[in-house]
Design a protein around this ligand. Structure first.
Ligand code: SF4
Ligand code: MSK
Length: 650
């Protein structure tokens, strides 16, 4: 059994793992270890249960069956399994986008709706982009027209998803040539399920290309709609200060955690928790006040727009309950452990589910309806407050949290680098062209108990910024880096190379930019498109000196993200391999052949330092192809320090 320090590099997590063990509580790491050895067929992607002639499995050593009962070989089986993962991930993101479009439509139709347009400028810009004529229309009519176009994207049967036009023309041509331009968001997901039914598509490459198409419908469709319409409804983020880690929980206060993804719920919980009547009620129950915090991407949504503290990332959800001070854990959809129900019962925590799409064992279900949003949010907050006197264990809150600056978007990067008087991407492109910045990397994704918690995210990020690569982060990577102190401006002085330091010092920015939640990876696509548009760095995203990574990913959403990022032209390193390694043709396609079609490809590397160096080498190769000078202040890859070696060996 691994020690807490082998399980995580985050001190709060280590402390809480020790506390959980002393209480005899099993958490995700324990369940993962109990699952060992995990199924090799599953890991290699070569088991199939798509029909009841099976389940079938292929012998990777060539001694047993080489095909399933229907004759599907390892490549067909692995390709089908892989694209079904994409379907799951794209569906999750896109259903989130659909819900936001629905909320915007409600806001447009009802002036008494608790949701209203908060970012008129973004709405007007979107309307113009979508060809909505504003003349003579009031704001509500414009919002309605935009919401209807967004809604239409999900069920569209022909044509192209509208935001694909944001991509550089060269990238769009690549999609058209490969016949993967997404027609409608839902259509591509349905087609995956059709093609992977027994006896339909049995060409592994053709199968994967449909996965690419659905993933592009996610990144440039469903997720992009989620991001843009959330900005319209709840305001486009601006730079904001915050704190991250379990130490934000305040034992003397009512502690409410929101966990999941969709900002429709969490925005209303923010409003309800700040309501004077609720604060007074909390005091009447003996608390000093109310502390609201978040876990997973809900945390990122309310951090980006309100500076609400972050309690933790994916693997910390059970540890938050284990502190004994969480009066309510309120959840909606995605990345929520069913284990939370039974665990909450061991404490006093109310585990409250809110979405008709996501019910959990031992949860109290208070269904959230957008038409009565604030009323229901107040009911939920009241339930949390009234639970405060029921605490039954001594508080056990680790004293760790770090300050951070978040709130970066494709829009405010114009002003960040160019200043108010010269808002443009020119300074960013110039910094890259001169070699002061070597390039840009996107590091994103989850935690996975197979990997040492937060180690992959933080070590990779440090290696990249040390080599003057500006890092953009979302999702649980963002939380990991924030907890490690990498997201405050001072971090540039401590961790960044000289070129990145100069850029950060000039604008007061951290070396690691928080761009939001998982759906906000769409912001990274827009940033990359804007860099191409600005000029001087090639004709397509594939030409840019950029790279991507997901060091600790685990979810189907991460597979969809990985595919749309690679198909958008970005070399991407995964810390956990895609489950295709029992299928040589599929492995070759995703790790080699995709590059010729799209300009991007995958690599698998579990060691975050080696992975970062693969990314830096790729960035340097792109610099040479653009005839750019080498890095202004090259840092030779240093051998690992004794401390780094010891950490890697643990
Ligand atoms: Fe086996 Fe083919 Fe059925 Fe899959 S689809 S379970 S490989 S018979
Ligand atoms: S929450 S998808 S664990 S990043 Fe978006 Fe974190 Fe991965 Fe969920």
């Amino acid at each position: 059994m691994k020690t807490p320090k082998q399980r995580s590099v985050d001190p709060a997590t280590v402390a809480m793992l020790e506390a959980a063990a002393s209480k005899g509580l099993a958490v995700a790491w324990d369940r993962q270890e109990a699952m060992e050895p995990q199924c090799g067929f599953g890991q290699l992607g070569i088991c199939c249960r798509n029909c009841t002639m099976g389940p079938c499995r292929i012998d990777p050593f060539g001694e047993g069956p080489a095909a399933g009962i229907c004759g599907a070989d390892a490549d067909i089986i692995a390709a089908r399994n892989l694209v079904r993962m994409i379907a799951g991930g794209a569906a999750a993101h896109s259903d989130h986008g659909r819900d936001i479009a629905h909320t915007l439509l409600m806001a447009a139709e009802d002036e008494k709706c608790d949701y209203q347009v908060k970012d008129e400028a973004k709405l007007r810009a979107l309307a113009e982009e979508l060809g909505v004529k504003a003349d003579g229309k009031d704001l509500r009519q414009i919002a309605r027209a935009v919401a209807e176009i967004a809604f239409g994207q999900f069920g569209q049967q022909h044509g192209e998803v509208v935001f694909a036009a944001r991509a550089p023309a060269d990238q769009q041509k690549r999609w058209q040539r490969a016949r993967v331009m997404p027609r409608g968001v839902d259509r591509e997901i349905v087609e995956i399920m059709h093609r992977t039914h027994i006896g339909v598509d049995n060409d592994p490459v053709n199968i994967i290309l449909q996965g690419v198409r659905a993933s592009l419908g996610d990144g440039w469709g469903g997720s992009m709609i989620a991001t843009d319409l959330s900005d319209v409804l709840f305001r486009t983020p601006e730079w904001v200060r915050g704190r991250a880690n379990l130490g934000v929980l305040e034992p003397a206060n009512v502690n409410i955690i929101v966990h999941g993804h969709e900002p429709t719920l969490s925005e209303m919980i923010v409003a309800a928790a700040q309501d004077k009547e609720m604060v007074e009620l909390a005091k009447s129950q003996g608390a000093k006040g109310i502390t609201l915090s978040g876990i997973c991407c809900t945390a990122n949504e309310i951090l980006m727009r309100h500076g609400i503290p972050v309690a933790g990332n994916f693997l910390q959800q059970e540890l938050a309950v284990t502190t004994g001070v969480v009066d309510a854990m309120i959840v909606d959809v995605q990345c929520i452990f069913p284990a939370l129900g039974a665990l909450s019962q061991k404490f006093h925590t109310k585990f409250i589910s809110t979405s008709p799409k996501a019910k959990f064992p031992f949860a109290e279900h208070i269904e959230f309806e957008e038409s009565r949003a604030l009323e229901i949010a107040k009911r939920i907050v009241r339930a949390a407050i009234e639970n405060f006197p029921n605490r039954k264990t001594e508080p056990c809150v680790p004293g760790h949290s770090n300050p951070l600056v978040a709130g970066f978007t494709a829009e405010n990067i114009y002003a960040m680098l160019g200043g108010r008087y010269r808002p443009s991407y020119r300074p960013l492109n110039d910094a890259i062209m001169s070699g002061r910045l070597r390039g840009v990397a996107g590091v994103v994704g989850c935690n996975n108990p197979k990997h040492r918690h937060d180690y992959g995210h933080t070590e990779m990020t440090k290696e990249l910024i040390r080599n003057d690569v500006l890092v953009a982060v979302t999702g649980c990577t963002a939380v990991a880096d924030a907890k490690a102190g990498l997201m405050c401006p001072e971090a540039a002085m401590e961790y960044a190379g000289r070129g990145l330091q100069e850029v950060c010092r000039a604008v007061g920015a951290p070396p690691v930019l928080h761009l939001g939640s998982c759906v906000d990876n769409s912001r990274i696509l827009v940033v990359l498109s804007n860099m191409v548009k600005e000029g001087g760095l090639g004709e397509s995203i594939a030409d840019l000196p950029v790279a991507g990574a997901a060091p600790e990913w685990m979810s189907e959403k991460a597979v969809s993200i990985g595919f749309y990022v690679v198909a958008s032209g970005v070399f991407t390193v995964l810390g956990e391999p895609l489950p295709v390694q029992g299928a040589p043709r599929v492995t070759r396609f995703v790790c080699e052949d995709m590059e010729e079609l799209f300009g991007g490809k995958f690599a698998f590397e579990a060691d975050p330092i080696k992975a970062a160096r693969l990314m830096i080498d790729h960035i340097d190769a792109k610099r040479s192809a653009l005839h750019l000078p080498g890095p202004m202040y090259e840092v030779p890859y240093a051998p690992r320090t004794a401390v780094e070696e010891a950490r890697a060996a643990e």
